[in-house]
Design a protein around this ligand. Structure first.
Ligand SMILES: Nc1nc2c(ncn2[C@@H]2O[C@H](COP(=O)(O)OP(=O)(O)O)[C@@H](O)[C@H]2O)c(=O)[nH]1
Ligand SMILES: [Mg+2]
Length: 311
């Protein structure tokens, strides 16, 4: 009863936090009813602004998120936070979450935080993230922040769920700009130079601006310097990000991003269906060992095997 799709959908649309949590669990683990929930919730989405926050571990993403959320709450905005940590199957996600919770608004009814690990990753983490974003969007969040660790391909992929991505750097973590993964620089719509209280922040800012000037055609990418352990800078952080959002809206960049997100999600969805079919097929053929027997232990597609797969 409690997992009944209709119950979940109504609960989410009426703003019930515990039902939202349950709905996320259903979608995250691909439990019965997930597709129905998603299909009915989709039409209620599109209101939230999705901000991706990425960068090297330790740069201060969670701390930044926490202070930024404090500022957003002054504007009375409802906030969803998704912390994705694909490298840590179980506890990692929770640790990230706890770290955010330490400062952010545990008792604030208008902030909802969720951690995502890589468990149950069938279908891909970006698709899962995207779907959880949709649930939060339908729930009525104004802003949804997706924090991902900025290393590797999968994180870059997840960041494409966002309408806009802020890359957070800090002295000591990415002060050698050249060493930064090209991917992380390319996905940035905004740069944040965090830990402005530490030596090296000015140098990092300067180097970053020079790199941008040399390598980028889009000269509008802002570099925002701040200290995330204090709230002082965040009025400015907010107004800089707001300016960028307005620019994105004006240039219709958001529409394009959202269409791309849909394209990627449906692609991932089909891929995950094919994955399921593959699993079933292998089972039908008697399991992976009997398939190896068919090929005399060699790894190649015999005509017989090809035909069996197609059947
Ligand atoms: N000095 C200083 N430390 C910071 C700042 N922002 C974050 N930190 C610290 O950097 C460490 C890593 O921060 P965290 O937000 O967990 O980084 P994440 O891994 O990118 O999410 C923590 O010990 C924070 O307290 C800052 O602006 N200045
Ligand atoms: Mg973090």
């Amino acid at each position: 009863m409690k997992n009944n799709p209709e119950f979940i959908i109504n609960g989410i649309l009426s703003g019930d936090r515990s039902v939202l949590a349950r709905g996320i669990t259903i979608v995250e683990n691909d439990l019965n009813g997930a597709e129905e929930i998603i299909s009915k919730i989709e039409e209620k989405t599109g209101n939230a602004f999705i901000l991706g926050i990425t960068g090297p571990p330790g740069a201060g993403k969670s701390t930044f998120t926490s202070s930024f959320v404090t500022e957003l709450r002054k504007q009375n905005l409802k906030i969803g936070i998704i912390a994705v940590d694909p490298s840590s199957p179980f506890t990692g996600g929770a640790v990230l979450g706890d770290r955010i919770r330490m400062r952010v608004h545990t008792k604030d009814e208008n902030v909802f935080m969720r951690s995502l690990g890589s468990r149950g990753a069938l279908g891909g983490l970006s698709l899962k993230t995207s779907r959880i974003v949709s649930l939060m969007d339908a729930f009525g969040m104004d802003v949804i922040i997706v924090e991902t660790v900025g290393v590797g391909q999968s994180e870059t992929e997840i960041s494409k769920t966002a309408d806009m991505t802020a890359v957070i750097l800090a002295p000591g973590f990415g002060d050698d700009i050249q060493a930064l993964k090209a991917g992380i620089l390319e996905i940035a719509d905004i740069f944040v130079v965090n830990k402005s209280d530490l030596a090296g922040a000015d140098k990092l800012e300067l180097e970053l601006k020079q790199t941008l000037k040399l390598n980028y055609t889009d000269t509008s990418i802002p570099v925002i310097k701040c200290c995330s352990t204090r709230d002082d800078d965040f009025e400015n952080v907010y107004s800089e990000i707001k300016k960028r959002v307005d620019y994105f809206k004006k240039e219709k960049i958001l529409d394009e991003r959202r269409l791309n997100r849909k394209r990627r999600d449906i692609y991932d969805l089909i891929k995950s269906e094919i994955e399921k079919i593959t699993e079933e097929k292998i089972k039908k053929l008697g399991g992976i060992d009997s398939i190896l027997n068919m090929t005399d232990g060699k790894v190649y597609l015999t005509e017989e095997l090809k035909n069996l797969v197609k059947m």
